[in-house]
Design a protein around this ligand. Structure first.
Ligand SMILES: [Zn+2]
Ligand SMILES: [Zn+2]
Length: 555
């Protein structure tokens, strides 16, 4: 009989931002921890989302027993609808996490096939040779867990995303005791969140935003539009509380904001006092001095509620001089241009805009541990091996250096990147193993198909469905299209497709005409609108999903 061993196989999220996924394999049993997505970078325009390549899991499909989810953020659950069909395994997660997963599966018509198993902190699940205890951790969303996993070769701890919040909004503390208990018992390996390793000190408690928000709410002369990540239920709870105290009612706009609030409220995890909500259809006419609107779209996503509000093109409300807009979120690198353009639109309308930065008390705090919290965790767990997770290479590197400095790792620290397995053997040693397939898969969120995978796969799909490049010349001064749009295609239509392209031109014209002047000046917005409308039209006409890359020429 061969001796037991354990393989840890990172399939995403190590050396890159997003799409977290780690597989653990012992013998013929595999469990997968998290299945996240990554939002595409600018240069991948034309692609909706990015998910990890799961070739390794498909090759070993009969061994995969479960996907265990640590929390409800997109970079941990976003890939579930796209990979579940290939794996057909049960999903384990907390109540809120599964509620969001259920919503996604419903949208993809996959709910019937899915088996969802709800877990809670303190509970234990046995999956094959793995015994998993769920440990409560604090983070920017609710119902987050770390995993303590008993395996045939020792205990593995996976932190998930965490910070150590001493005063959590829901009064449910970070379970330091559990981490200490496992540390006492002896932990083979710790896998830990590296996101904020560049920040010294402690991450402030979620409650730290209250001071400044109260100040801003009291000072606001007219209505307040407050934007945060729609999964930041703690933040939303605090805003509702502060609004009520300030004698204001709350309205909600933006699909993800409305959905998440509905789900959290339905699970009794968000408390909204009776009579404090303004219905969507009443927001426009409600007294602005007594109103707070929670809106999604902190990253200036082109079609989001806040983007539309900033150019006064939202059907539920308009924005006026002396309104207050609070952007309570991190400006994610890569989104600066779009966000600052959105902020400019607001300032131009004489709106009072507040965003992260400056020296005042914070309007946003991070959900990830800073250096001192990382040190505490290392000292409590005192693992034999340490593997930094969840970060770009520089963050993993610095987390490794920090662990070295703390001196709490008795064995070795391993810097792994996605696709690089580590094997823990029965004699207590750890060895790097040959890489497995890993990479990024581009998905068109309107379908379950991969549109293109620019990194590792061939361009098969591209050659089947082709590329469409609409070229639109917009007059800088009038904002109008002066010459008919040109459409360049490769591998998309044969010669008899001229009629469709003619109609596609009309679609483009209609999209541009129905946009406001500011939208037309904001290229990222107008490009995204054209892409979405054209995608819908071409898919209907041809059943194909070409890659659409709009180009705007200013004349
Ligand atoms: Zn998270
Ligand atoms: Zn994360």
């Amino acid at each position: 009989m061969s001796k037991p061993s354990l393989w840890a196989i990172p399939l995403g999220g190590l050396g890159e931002f997003g799409m977290n996924m780690l597989a653990l394999r012992s013998g013929d049993d595999i469990i997968v921890i998290d299945a996240g997505l990554m939002f595409p970078e600018q240069e991948l325009l034309g692609v909706d989302i990015v998910i990890p390549d799961i070739t390794y899991l498909k090759q070993n499909k009969r061994m995969v027993r479960a996907i265990v989810l640590t929390h409800a953020h997109e970079d941990h659950i976003g890939a579930v609808p796209y990979i579940l069909g290939d794996l057909e395994v049960p999903l384990f997660g907390t109540e809120f996490t599964l509620a969001l997963v259920r919503k996604k599966l419903e949208e993809h018509a996959l709910l019937d096939k899915a088996k969802l198993i709800e877990i809670a902190p303190g509970q234990t699940s046995t999956i094959g040779p793995f015994q998993i205890e769920y440990l409560h951790v604090t983070h920017s969303t609710i119902d987050c867990v770390a995993l303590a996993i008993r395996t045939p070769v020792g205990i593995i701890i996976h932190t998930g995303d965490y910070k150590i919040d001493p005063t959590p909004v829901d009064s449910r503390p970070f379970d330091l005791h559990a981490f200490a208990r496992y540390g006492q018992e002896g932990v083979l390996a710790l896998f830990s969140d590296s996101t904020n390793v560049e920040r010294p000190g402690f991450t402030p408690s979620e409650r730290a935003v209250v001071v400044r928000l109260e100040e801003l709410f009291r000072a606001a002369p007219e209505k307040i539009v407050f934007s945060c990540f729609s999964s930041s239920i703690h933040r939303i709870q605090q805003v509702i509380n502060i609004a009520c105290d300030a004698g204001r009612k709350v309205g909600f706009v933006g699909r993800s904001m409305v959905d998440n609030i509905e789900i959290a409220h339905g699970l009794d995890k968000l408390h909204i006092p009776d009579g404090s909500v303004v219905r969507p259809q009443d927001i426009r006419s409600f007294d602005p001095k007594r109103l707070v609107v929670l809106a999604s779209g902190t990253q200036a996503e082109p079609m989001s509620a806040l983007s539309r509000i900033s150019v006064d093109n939202h059907r539920l409300l308009s924005i006026h001089e002396n309104d207050t807009v609070i952007l309570s979120a991190r400006i994610i690198p890569g989104n600066e241009k779009a966000i600052f353009r959105m902020i400019d639109h607001l300032f131009r309308r004489h709106v009072l805009v507040y965003y992260e930065g400056g020296r005042s008390a914070p309007i946003h705090v991070s959900g990830h541990a800073s250096q001192e919290e990382m040190k505490i965790l290392l000292q409590l767990v005192r693992p034999k091996y340490f593997i930094p997770l969840h970060g770009e290479y520089r963050q993993l590197f610095q987390h490794a250096a920090l662990a070295e400095q703390v001196g709490a790792v008795s064995g070795q620290i391993f810097l792994l990147e996605s696709g690089q397995p580590l094997e823990f053997t029965a004699d207590g040693l750890a060895h790097r193993r040959d890489p497995v397939p890993a990479g990024r898969v581009m998905v068109d969120s309107g379908s379950l198909e991969e549109v293109e995978d620019v990194v590792i796969r061939d361009r098969r799909h591209l050659s089947e469905d082709g590329v469409v490049v609409p070229i639109i010349a917009i007059d800088k001064h009038t904002g109008r299209i002066e010459v008919s749009p040109e459409i360049v295609t490769r591998g998309f239509l044969s010669d008899d497709g001229q009629e469709i392209l003619g109609k596609a031109r009309e679609v483009i014209l209609k999209t541009v005409e129905s946009s406001t002047a500011e939208e037309k000046m904001d290229w990222s917005v107008i490009k995204e609108k054209i892409r979405v409308d054209l995608k819908r039209f071409l898919n209907k006409q041809t059943a194909k999903r070409p890659l659409i890359l709009p180009v705007i020429l200013e004349i």
